[in-house]
Design a protein around this ligand. Structure first.
Ligand SMILES: Nc1ncnc2c1ncn2[C@@H]1O[C@H](COP(=O)(O)OP(=O)(O)O)[C@@H](O)[C@H]1O
Ligand SMILES: [Mg+2]
Length: 314
């Protein structure tokens, strides 16, 4: 019997509820699927034919540990998405590479901890007007992200303190203008399964003020199904193709990547102040895929997963 692990974290040992239907859908296709906690030391990963990363949402503060885990697993079994994809995509520096390759991203100031920037230097790099966002380059679930008012001295001071805290934890900080369309039009997430477009959802704004500690691993999201504009789906296709090309060229992908279409991908798009779509992030590791918002999405995912595990389509 083919065995498949759907990877989660200890706070969600039974997976995110969105993914629970996958267990039965995979079973119906003749394999067994288990929800497995990534940092559970008793798990024998080699017993699985395929390990699929799903709701492993607690890695942002333990990035090295997570990558070490992924490397160990990739040595003993087939990991999806593969190790080079996980290494590349868990750090938002990949956005810079996509930008160099021609993708329009949310304009970003990258503040690196090794530069030891003073408060004054941070201040000069922050947007001069409007609202702004401070967030870490390694993050998930909108944690450690805050929204500030650029021209308000007190708010700007909080933004500087926030950035300094993240830099002090040796984390890269991303400073961006707050894109007001996130409050009105909303962010759009376009989901692809094995290279094929599946469905899209709209996500309401996530940030309402300075960074504050939240209970749990992610902030609550307000999601609704949408019909995506064709041009945005086309843009999402291009983003994914560019990412595939960049990854194929990486030296660490030579023997370690399957070079197949990503098992799943989510392309998050927002509109800039001129109304043009720009990339917020491309999620290839542990995105919520919101299958409950689209007819047939669970089946498409289950088909793709069992195919990767070597079970032919019925
Ligand atoms: N520049 C921005 N303008 C408006 N909202 C933003 C911006 N950056 C982040 N956000 C909000 O914060 C959320 C989380 O940021 P994101 O970069 O997607 O990180 P994560 O990996 O935590 O999802 C987004 O879904 C969005 O609501
Ligand atoms: Mg996001």
């Amino acid at each position: 019997m083919t065995r498949i692990a759907l990877v989660t974290c200890s706070r969600l040992p039974d997976l995110d509820p969105e993914d629970t239907p996958l267990l039965a859908a995979i079973a119906a296709r003749g394999a067994t699927a288990d929800a497995v906690v990534w940092d559970d030391p008793t798990v024998r990963w080699e017993d699985y034919d395929l390990v699929v990363v799903r709701s492993a949402w607690d890695y942002a503060q333990r990035h090295d540990e997570f990558l070490a885990w992924a490397e160990r697993v990739s040595v003993v079994t087939h990991l999806a998405n593969p190790l080079p994809v996980i290494v590349w995509n868990t750090d938002k520096h990949y956005l810079r590479e996509l930008e160099s390759a021609g993708v329009r991203i949310v304009p970003t100031q990258w503040l690196e901890p090794e530069r030891h920037l003073s408060s004054r230097a941070l201040h000069t790099r922050f947007p001069a007007h409007g609202e702004m966002v401070i967030k870490p380059a390694v993050s998930a679930g909108s944690l450690d992200a805050g929204r500030y008012t650029a021209i308000d001295a007190q708010s700007r001071g909080l933004a500087i303190a926030h950035a300094r805290r993240l830099l002090g934890e040796n984390r890269t900080v991303m400073a961006q203008r707050y894109l007001a369309s996130v409050d009105t039009v909303g962010e759009r997430a376009h989901v692809f399964v094995s290279g094929e477009y599946s469905h899209s959802v709209r996500k309401g704004a996530m940030l309402d003020g300075p960074d504050v500690a939240v209970e749990g691993m992610y902030k609550e999201e307000s999601i609704s199904a949408i019909e995506a504009p064709a041009e945005e789906v086309e843009m999402a296709h291009d983003v994914i193709a560019t990412a595939r090309r960049l990854l194929d060229a990486r030296p660490d992908a030579a023997g370690a990547d399957d070079h197949q279409p990503f098992l799943y991908a989510r392309v998050d798009v927002v509109s800039d102040d001129d109304g043009r779509p720009v990339l917020m992030e491309l999620e290839l590791v542990e995105p919520s895929l919101f299958p409950s918002f689209a007819e047939g999405a669970v089946d498409r995912l289950a088909d793709a997963i069992v195919a990767r595990a070597g079970i032919p389509a019925s």
